[in-house]
Ligand binder design. Structure first.
Ligand code: BGC
Length: 779
């Protein structure tokens, strides 16, 4: 009898387990977790490229889900866990525009690149761009867009600066939070990347970024902290590099102590796209708090299984990460079975692109020639006038349905362009394209058309050919193009500086057109900062258009003709020479002897043997130039308008844990326009060294009519005035009198006011301490 009962009990229990296959829902996550086998758990922590378990591998090509998307998480059908799809980002959805077996196309709107978007200083507009990107993500059956790119412009030579926002962490955080809130309004997620200190492409998977805890917290992590606190990104992507001796992807200090314990982050962390890495185990990534290994390899699944079986990895760590993955999955469109249309609204999104580029393009110089009133025909110079760069290369490129170049943009605005020049440049571009592909350097493997590569060397035109154009044109435009991207940093000689052909072109065109009393405008079509000081005296106006997305030519024409008044402001300092930044001394770092020896053998530096000492410490960008009083070409926050603005006396009031700053901005000119008021704070002398001033608030006015005013009120938490006090692992706002300097850029302060503040402190974890002594820059 007893035996029979036991059999019945075992059978019932067994039967229950077999039958009770819970299907995932938002309120049975624990139950599903309990029902998962170790293999299923391991599988969920490793991206879907592991076709050992799943057919959903999509990396780099044709796929069963979304061709050209960057990665997936695997499906576990038994438990109702769908595959989810992750796509690049950040300037739009990057998927393959065509697919095998169908004539349908899958182009995506190319929105302005990060630097252009941030230059709007308009968080509401950035939110609209984010929402449009979120919508395309969802309509193309993806769940997460791999962006925003939030690394700091530590140096103008970083190849990916175009994807990133600024040299300032506060501005970066605010723009990123606006983008994230916009994307996530569409019920899809973002992956804020690359967490963290990933400001160079050289040796990006092996370089050890050595920096002080203060520079880490105040400069490189601050933007991420703001984004986490203000927009709760669904996912964060851990960067390839090492930080103070530990890979970011396996860095518990970074991914748990700071991100989750100090900031309260609740979403998932994924790796950047590397799979198994030299010098780092998947086990240590799981333990550090990395929830998803991308793009995923079968061996990583096995490592997790073996790790649990042999006691090297606690099942509690696995369960913690799996739970976070399930919490992510139940939020996704894939889970909701959202019926993706594969048909984004290009018309609506083109309008958002055009408007955001209108506000992100920065007028650097204007001797009064702009806006153009009576210009009917233009001589259009520079190959990128006809092959306009809408974005950068690498994973940050987008395949748009069209790109409006300068020729078309001007035509749409009713301005004719020289047919002779059009013919010359179009023939040259066709030739250069073929030549470039034939001669492509194998080391520059990202530089293919599929990866967005489109920039060819500038052509020389004889002074006689230039001269011939003067008669038929009312004005000249010269477009100077630059394109960079993932995997490689920029060089000074041909990418930061102008090449001799470009210099000569500017000189010849200015000479010929000025002799006939006709104006010349230079359009900078670049993702990043270039040298301007040596030639900016020649043209009448310079417009930094960045890579403004697929409506670029229209956006620029709007500004040239005065249909829109420029209101973009630089989010990074434009130095006179590339080497003027304090970071230059250590950009892109050094290789030690051991690594150099390895490189002779196999071309790869050894992890930890390529390093970058952040000796400039917190003195990045204007924090360096303004504190050490160095001349610049264009300061941080700079940008001209066709009108002028007057700033009233500010009102600054300390209110408990915040300071309220109010300023009235009046349009004192004769055309309508928008102004960005910027609040820089100078701290009292105290125990911790401080930069001369730091951006702590900003606000953009609405379109003000001539004579119209608007009062802007900005609230600054006292916490945001704090510096990181390493000795006590705390944020510290020292007591004393703070000066609030309000202006139109970091070097055009229009008014100041003071407020006395009491001390504020906030304890943090003691994380990311450097292992070497660094020779830090001091005042
Ligand atoms: C890049 C990421 C990108 C990922 C997927 C990596 O090489 O660093 O920014 O999201 O690839 O394409």
């Amino acid at each position: 009898m007893k035996k029979l009962l036991t059999i019945c009990f075992v059978a019932t229990t067994f039967g229950m387990t077999m039958n009770a296959q819970p299907k995932l829902s938002a309120d049975n996550i624990d139950e599903v977790l309990k029902a998962m086998t170790l293999e299923e758990k391991a599988k969920l922590l490793v991206g879907g490229a592991n076709n050992f378990f799943s057919a959903n591998a999509v990396v780099g090509g044709e796929a069963t889900l979304v061709a050209g998307a960057a990665g997936t998480t695997p499906e576990i059908a038994r438990l109702g866990i769908p595959a989810t799809v992750l796509t690049d980002g950040p300037a739009g959805v990057r998927i393959n525009p065509t697919r095998r077996g169908t004539d349908q196309t899958f182009y995506a709107t190319a929105f302005p690149i990060g630097s252009c978007l941030a230059s709007t200083w308009n968080t509401e507009l950035v939110g609209q761009v984010g929402q449009a990107i979120g919508n395309e993500t969802k309509e193309y059956r993806c769940d997460v867009i791999l962006g925003p790119g939030m690394n700091l412009h530590r140096n103008p030579l970083c190849g990916r600066n175009f994807e990133y926002y600024s040299e300032d962490p506060f501005l970066t955080g605010k723009i990123a939070a606006a983008y994230i809130n916009g994307v996530q309004k569409e019920d899809v997620g973002v992956s804020a990347k690359h967490f963290a200190v990933n400001s160079q492409e050289t040796d990006r998977t092996s370089v050890d970024e050595r920096l002080s805890q203060r520079a880490a917290r105040e400069i490189y992590l601050r933007g991420f902290e703001i984004a986490v606190r203000e927009s709760n990104p669904w996912t964060i992507m851990a960067s390839y590099n090492i930080i103070n001796g530990t890979h970011a992807m396996g860095n518990r200090d970074l991914l748990t102590s700071i991100l989750r314990d100090d900031w309260g982050y609740k979403g998932i962390v994924m790796t950047d796209w590397i799979g198994i890495r030299q010098g780092l185990t998947t086990i240590s990534e799981v333990q550090a708090g990395n929830d998803l290994m991308e793009p995923g390899q079968p061996a990583q699944v096995q490592e997790i299984i073996d790790g649990v079986k042999n006691g090297k990895l606690a099942i509690a760590d696995v369960d913690r990460n799996v739970r976070r993955m399930l919490e992510y999955i139940v939020k996704t469109p894939s889970f909701r079975k959202y019926p993706a249309s594969n048909k984004p609204d290009f018309t609506a999104h083109a309008a958002i692109t055009r408007q955001s580029a209108n506000e992100g393009i920065v007028l650097l110089k204007n001797n009064g020639t702009l806006p153009w009133k009576n210009i009917k025909s233009v001589a259009l110079f520079g190959e990128n006038s006809y092959d306009f760069l809408s974005g950068g290369t690498g994973s940050g490129c987008v395949h748009p349905p069209y790109v409006v170049d300068m020729l078309e943009g001007l035509k749409n605005a009713g301005i004719k362009s020289s047919e002779t020049l059009t013919d010359i440049y179009r023939k040259y571009i066709a030739y250069a394209r073929v030549k470039f592909q034939a001669e492509r350097h194998p080391a520059k493997w990202f530089q293919t058309e599929a990866m967005g590569q489109q920039k060819y060397p500038e052509i020389s035109l004889s002074p006689i050919a230039v001269e011939k154009e003067v008669r038929g044109a009312d004005a000249a435009i010269i477009t100077i193009g630059r394109q960079a991207g993932e995997g490689i940093d920029r060089d000074i000689e041909t990418e930061f500086n102008l090449i001799p052909e470009e210099r000569q072109l500017i000189f010849d065109v200015c000479q010929a057109f000025h002799a006939a009393g006709k104006p010349v405008v230079v359009i900078i079509n670049s993702g990043s900062v270039i040298e301007t000081a040596s030639w900016s005296g020649y043209p009448d106006a310079i417009l930094c258009a960045w890579q403004p997305g697929m409506e670029g030519g229209n956006s620029i024409a709007d500004l040239l003709t005065g249909k829109v008044n420029p209101s973009g402001k630089l989010t990074m300092t434009w130095p006179i020479a590339a080497t003027d930044h304090a970071s230059t001394k250590n950009f892109p770092g050094a290789l030690d002897d051991y690594s150099l020896m390895q490189m002779l053998g196999n071309g790869q530096p050894i992890p930890g043997h390529a390093y970058t000492n952040h000796e400039e410490d917190i003195y990045v960008g204007y924090r360096f130039f303004d504190t050490f009083k160095r001349d610049v070409a264009y300061p941080f926050g700079y940008g001209l308008s066709y009108t002028t603005f007057e700033y009233s006396k500010p009102v600054v009031k300390a209110k408990g844990q915040t300071v309220e700053v109010s300023i009235t901005v009046k349009n004192s000119g004769s055309v309508s326009g928008k102004e960005v008021a910027q609040v820089y704070v100078a701290a009292p002398k105290g125990r911790l060294e401080k930069p001369a001033q730091e951006l702590k608030a900003f606000a953009k006015t609405r379109e003000l009519q001539p004579g119209e005013s608007q009062t802007l009120t900005m609230t600054i938490p006292v916490r945001n005035l704090a510096s990181f006090d390493e000795a006590n692992s705390q944020w510290l706002t020292e007591a004393g009198t703070y000066t609030f300097r309000i202006g139109a850029n970091s070097r055009d302060i229009r008014c100041t006011a003071e407020a006395k503040l009491a001390e504020y402190t906030e304890q943090t974890s003691n994380a990311l301490a450097p292992k070497q002594k660094l020779n830090l820059l001091k005042q």
